[in-house]
Design a protein around this ligand. Sequence first.
Ligand SMILES: NC(=O)C1=CN([C@@H]2O[C@H](COP(=O)(O)OP(=O)(O)OC[C@H]3O[C@@H](n4cnc5c(N)ncnc54)[C@H](O)[C@@H]3O)[C@@H](O)[C@H]2O)[C@@H](O)CC1
Ligand SMILES: [K+]
Length: 514
Amino acid sequence: MHIVTVAEMRALEEQADRQYDLSSHILMQNAGKSAADIFEAHLLPHHSMNGLEVLFLIGPGNNGGDGLVMADHLVEAGAFVSLYRWKERKLTVREQDISEAETVSELESVLQSTDYIIDALLGTGHSRPLPDDMRALLRRVEQERERRASLRIVAIDLPTGLNPDTGGVDPGTIHADITITLACPKLGFFFFPGREYLGELYVGDIGLPPELENHLTTEMLTDKQVEDLLPGRSLNSNKGTFGKVMLFCGSPPYPGSAYLAGTAAGRVGAGLVTLAVTEQMLPVYAGSFHEATFVLFPPEDSGSFQRSQELITHLPGYRSLLIGPGLGQSPNTREVILQILEHLRNQPEEKRPRLVIDADGLNNLSALEHWWTLLPSGTVITPHPGEMGRLCNGLKVSGGNIDRLELARGKAKEWNVTLVLKGACTIITDPAGNTRINWQANPALATAGTGDVLAGMIGGFLAQGLSPFDAAGTGVYLHTAASELVSANIGDAGLLASDLLPQIPRAMVRCRQS
Ligand SMILES: NC(=O)C1=CN([C@@H]2O[C@H](COP(=O)(O)OP(=O)(O)OC[C@H]3O[C@@H](n4cnc5c(N)ncnc54)[C@H](O)[C@@H]3O)[C@@H](O)[C@H]2O)[C@@H](O)CC1
Ligand SMILES: [K+]
């Protein structure tokens, strides 16, 4: 599903008119109908439309027009609809115009009894600070919801005052419980603070021909897309079919990283997981990770060449290699990484494993000038904002604001990598500028070890033959989907990274069933 800026949305609408005779009037009819259908589907099975009280706040532009069309459909379906036209300060209650003298008191009484308020004040045409009386109206709506927990607010296209390009919000913007956006999600939905104002997001079809979107390169990850990307599982398969993953991860202070990443690679379906560890570390894993095989590394005090050669000797036949989680940053480790990278660069592409670098793999690299020139092509890197900052010479990188998108795109191109910039609403972008953004964001994931799980998942998908961009997107999406399954039981705090592991296959099943 494509994500659009306001300019892209306008261009789509203009092209639809020019090439397909889809006038803005037709699109508005489709938008209002689609919003009504989504609203009704959302209500069921708990409520019926019959007798439901719905107040529409109608703005001066096409967003208000969408609201009026939607209102007609709800009236037809049996709802008691009131309309408040903000610009004319005019109230209509159940198709009866209220006199000007009574409007204020009547609006107050409708507000106090309505079940739903539909925000159709402003959409993508919002262009300046909200006027005081609109802010006051929205504030009153917010107060009413605080007073009555059952009141629900539905935003048409977007919550009024949210900037659809940046995710910025006007001080008057209020949180929607549901946003029914039209045609495509808007870019600002994926950035903060806007992301917090949308509630549940639905996308209404307004009948734009899909081919109009062919040139768009930014997508929202969805169940459907991930389902299409998931590797097939032929009956006639063996562990070789699903690829082998090698991990160079973990060190005495951080033994859990290799376990989490390796298990995650297995949980996404990779055929075999091998950990390259020192003999000293073997007992840690042998007792807990029964499925793994091991490459026994010489201890750290032996030369880096001897160590890297041990791993390199075992690499043929492996389809992916994960470097980084829990490795530490000793000079010897850095040397080993550099020698492995040199070996990979010198291998023909079809013969070498695909590479994922995370955590200390990135921290080791960031200490070097022009580190990206050392990477083989097709590498995936998965920095969190702190690691990204180190990779960018100490730049401060935001956890969720719009500026991170431009940064990610620019750096993926400059570094010639598939870049996974983690954070709430993780961004995945490749050197050509193709971008996928994860709508799901779960604060439960903000805990140690979850990044190791993600890196392992991406390694596991690379081993099954997905392209770097697809493996990264699929991994990111299912990682959050697995966290949602954990959160369904425990809420959004207290998740341990290892809780994700058994939920990964369930998240894949959920995608396949959706
Ligand atoms: N153009 C089209 O073909 C379609 C547009 N659609 C709807 O149209 C919306 C965009 O329509 P518009 O471009 O008319 O924009 P809006 O309806 O968002 O608002 C534009 C109007 O609001 C006024 N305005 C802008 N900022 C304001 C502010 N801060 N305070 C008060 N008034 C302000 C403008 O002067 C203008 O009258 C979309 O969000 C969507 O809901 C849909 O109907 C689908 C088709
Ligand atoms: K709106």
